[in-house]
Design a protein around this ligand. Structure first.
Ligand SMILES: [Zn+2]
Length: 349
């Protein structure tokens, strides 16, 4: 062995991690990892071409586009925090996205598994705050009607379900998350209706909290602050993904994607949660549909099925009790009174 080879071998021995890990590079101050390495983490085959990067196995097909943040998992639209990069024919994905977006979606077995018993549903707006308005209907009425149906369906599965408001009253945003904390919510679902100046726009979007150190979907502004909701960020994204999938599959509505935002109701919750925009009231056809009881039933059934599907994801059981800001007295989580009738949904921490 000559001197150079010996030096290299010694270096490899001293710094094995550096020599054996992924090809990484820095692009616009973000650490990026090459696509082949990312695919290998999830046992996917990586197929780069000039216009797309496809990672796939027998059941999953993930499609990325160069310089784009939106991508598809089995044809469902998702969003990265940073654009996919392509340099000298090699695709790269930001390490922040690998850890905060891809990991929860592609490896649910690594998710922390929290108890799901108390579910708080938050019908958006109310009282003097009408929310968005269509030609005939108002957001605050539709969100309450849909929330009541979700409550009814989830209760039938044995969950303990409550609404932040069960009538046409005004609640501030901090009050909504305070209610969730007081009731020791294990899941928080905020229901809203979208609106746009362009009346042809329609479709569904489901939000999870933006990861710390990332920009929200549609924004470039990175925020490093970690909010209470960020503790449950990976679970919230997996939950939003399930809800989005179920809603699209039941309604065949336009797929506007699973998105990330720092909405107050997602920032300040102490459990996994999602904000769901079930349709555009500014689109006349969607407004009419959302006002119909059978369509509202479809939406509610989809959200209920998604919660059940989310509860069955193979996560890592948590051994520590989650901290809450309210008194722990009277939780009675082990009592027969509060135990759901169907036991598989009751997951011990
Ligand atoms: Zn709203």
């Amino acid at each position: 062995m000559n001197r150079i080879a010996a030096t290299l071998a010694l270096l490899a021995l001293l710094c094995p991690v550096h020599f054996l890990t992924a090809a990484t590079t820095y692009i616009r101050q973000q650490k990026y990892t090459d696509a082949a390495t990312v695919a290998a983490r999830y046992r996917l085959r990586s197929t780069p071409s000039s216009g797309t990067l496809v990672m796939s196995d027998r059941t999953r097909q993930i499609t990325f586009y160069p310089d784009k943040r939106d991508f598809r998992i089995n044809n469902i639209k998702h969003h990265l925090s940073f654009p996919v990069a392509k340099q000298r024919g090699i695709y790269y994905i930001s390490e922040t996205d690998c850890q905060t977006i891809l990991e929860p979606l592609l490896k649910p077995s690594a998710l922390p598994r929290y108890r799901i018993l108390n579910i708080v549903i938050d019908p958006g707006h109310g009282g003097h705050d009408n929310g968005a308005a269509g030609k005939k209907l108002r957001e605050k009425d539709l969100t309450l009607q849909i929330a009541r149906k979700v409550k009814q369906k989830l209760s039938a599965f044995g969950y303990r379900v409550s609404l932040t408001r069960d009538k046409d009253t005004y609640l501030t945003l901090p009050r909504r998350t305070e209610i969730a904390r007081q009731r020791q919510a294990d899941l928080f679902l905020s229901i809203h209706i979208n609106a746009a100046a362009n009346t042809t726009v329609s479709g569904i979007e489901c939000f999870a909290i933006t990861p710390a150190g990332a920009p929200s979907t549609g924004s470039q502004t990175v925020e490093n602050r970690k909010y209470p909701g960020n503790t449950f960020g990976p679970n919230s994204l997996a939950l939003a993904d399930q809800i989005h999938r179920q809603l699209l599959s039941r309604t065949k509505a336009v797929d506007r994607g699973v998105k990330c935002a720092r909405f107050q109701v997602l920032r300040e919750i102490n459990c996994p949660g999602s904000l769901i925009e079930v349709g555009f009231i500014s689109n006349r056809q969607e407004e009419i549909r959302m006002g119909q009881a059978d369509y509202q039933d479809k939406l509610a059934r989809a959200i209920c099925d998604a919660v059940v599907a989310y509860s069955k994801l193979p996560g890592r059981p948590q051994t520590t009790v989650r901290k809450t800001t309210t008194s722990q007295t009277g939780t009675g989580s082990s009592s027969a009174k509060t135990k759901p009738r169907t036991s598989y949904k009751y997951i011990k921490r």
